[in-house]
Design a protein around this ligand. Structure first.
Ligand SMILES: NC(=O)c1ccc[n+]([C@@H]2O[C@H](COP(=O)([O-])OP(=O)(O)OC[C@H]3O[C@@H](n4cnc5c(N)ncnc54)[C@H](OP(=O)(O)O)[C@@H]3O)[C@@H](O)[C@H]2O)c1
Length: 464
């Protein structure tokens, strides 16, 4: 089904001439749900100022959706509607395709078709780029078009632009942040109101912060998609989502949130990409996990559904970015910024354009590998259930003997413990390889003092 009320959509009206720079940038959009509708609204509302910044108008000419009646209620009668995303991807009157439908299978085909047809692409689809980014960026290079994706990472926070442009002088040492609003909302509820994970998730769903199927969020997959894209931009490496270590918050216990608080920390789901060149280890840590952050740190105060990202550059030092991590117009803000960048591209050669992943193809380091979990080097928190409070010293001494650099050992206060819980020894370590911690914890399970499973979490100081 195709509704075309706009005479100018006829193929013959397409004139790629020198005058093209003067005419509006014509947009075809696939999907008009939360992000698509926001994009349409903001483009309409701020039309004049956006044109003033872009140097030309930006005009929506065709939109694909499944439910055309609902789409028509958003775009009115001046925009062509179709059920067929491929028609938008290859439409002769479209200069740039905005893909805001989501998913990885059909979306890959639409985006590749748009690129092959010589269209620029703007997408907010992190799953697509984390999974098929290398193929998509290679195709875009081959066809000399842009693929822009600010909305795919941290929505209202222009972190891709910051990495690719603002921090371009730096050797980036690490990028770390809270990049999933749903899980941050849940963790804030667990910490602030003492809720368990399941209760906090229910509240997030009731308030619209979590989807009916929240798996990608709570299992850390969404954050892993985003940190993978950030790592590629930070370090000049290909998109290596398959190698990322991903742990969500589903196994996190309220008891550990309370014990972390006793120690002066808060637990946040962090995406971390860190370049390593120490102790004979070379590569990149690429990981998502719930981690303790000092309660006095700015990152510990990124609460609710907000996002916060820090970047450490060798020249800039640490910079931090804060803003909404989801939302209709918040994402539209990023999508339209990408459209403005595309509008400004006319007449530039590929060599003059900002490369998709911040580095030109010849400078991308294909040998830069993601380090295995065992090599990850961080401080750790351990919670060791013991039979009696007197065994605290035995646990501390035993861990130190296993080459775990113990910094602090204390008993969990009664107020942190649920009714009926036995004593718990809390341990904070200095930086230590995951392999050492795993070995020690495995062996500790057989120690006569230990009364139950030992819990370990990483501790991120986010400094230096
Ligand atoms: N929501 C956010 O805050 C946010 C933030 C950052 C990034 N993103 C990303 O942006 C993308 C879109 O998210 P969203 O929240 O806007 O999703 P959404 O509300 O579910 O909207 C998706 C839209 O795509 C259309 N669509 C899906 N499959 C289609 C198909 N085969 N043919 C035609 N139309 C199709 C849907 O049409 P019907 O409505 O007619 O079914 C709907 O209009 C996703 O990749 C998401 O990860 C979202």
């Amino acid at each position: 089904m195709y509704r075309d009320p706009v005479p100018s959509l006829e193929a013959s009206s397409f004139q790629p001439s020198a005058a093209a720079a003067m005419r509006p940038l014509r947009v075809g959009m696939i999907g008009i749900g939360t992000v698509g509708a926001g994009t349409f609204r903001v483009l309409a509302r701020n039309q004049a100022l956006i044109a003033g910044r872009a140097g030309r108008g930006i005009e929506m000419v065709v939109v694909a959706a499944r439910n055309l009646a609902r789409a028509a209620s958003v775009v009115g009668t001046d925009v062509a509607l179709t059920n067929d995303p491929m028609l938008v991807a290859t439409h002769p009157d479209v200069d740039v395709v905005v893909e805001v439908a989501g998913g990885t299978g059909p979306a890959r085909a639409w985006v590749l078709a748009a690129i092959a047809a010589g269209k620029h692409v703007v997408t907010a689809n992190k799953a697509l780029l984390a999974t098929h980014g290398n193929e998509i960026f290679a195709a875009a290079r081959q066809h000399g078009v842009a693929v822009a994706y600010e909305g795919a990472v941290a929505v209202s926070i222009p972190i891709v632009k910051a990495l690719r442009e603002g921090l371009t002088a730096n050797r980036i040492e690490w990028v770390a942040g809270i990049i999933n609003g749903t899980t941050n909302f849940i963790l804030s509820k667990m910490e602030g109101e003492g809720l368990g994970f399941a209760q906090a998730l229910e509240q997030a769903q009731a308030l619209g912060y979590a989807e009916a199927d929240p798996t990608f969020d709570i299992e850390g997959v969404d954050a892993a998609h985003k940190i993978t894209l950030l790592a590629a931009n930070a370090f000049g490496m290909p998109v290596r989502f398959a190698d990322a270590q991903v742990e969500g918050i589903t196994r996190l216990q309220g008891l550990d949130v309370a014990c972390a608080e006793q120690l002066g920390y808060r637990i946040k789901l962090l995406g971390v990409a860190r370049r390593r060149d120490d102790q004979g280890v070379q590569g990149v840590e690429l990981r998502v996990q719930p981690a303790l952050v000092p309660a006095t740190h700015l990152m510990a105060h990124v609460n609710g559904s907000m996002n916060g990202i820090m970047v450490k550059g060798d020249a800039s030092g640490i910079t931090m970015y804060y803003g909404a991590g989801a939302g209709s117009e918040q994402t539209a803000s990023a999508v339209i910024a990408d459209l403005v960048d595309v509008a400004r591209l006319d007449g530039t050669s590929a060599a003059q354009q900002v490369p998709h992943l911040g580095f030109h193809a010849h400078a991308v380091d294909h040998n830069l590998a993601v380090l295995p979990r065992a090599a990850v080097l961080t401080r750790h928190y351990l919670r060791v259930p013991v039979h009696s409070a007197q065994q605290i010293e035995a646990v501390g001494a035993w861990l130190a003997a296993q080459h775990v650099p113990v910094l602090q050992v204390q008993l969990a206060h009664n107020k942190a413990l649920p009714p009926g819980s036995g004593p718990q020894v809390l341990v904070l370590t200095d930086a230590v390889a995951q392999a050492t911690v795993d070995l020690a914890v495995h062996a500790l399970a057989a120690h006569p003092a230990v009364a139950g499973p030992v819990v370990t979490l990483r501790v991120e100081m986010l400094e230096g």
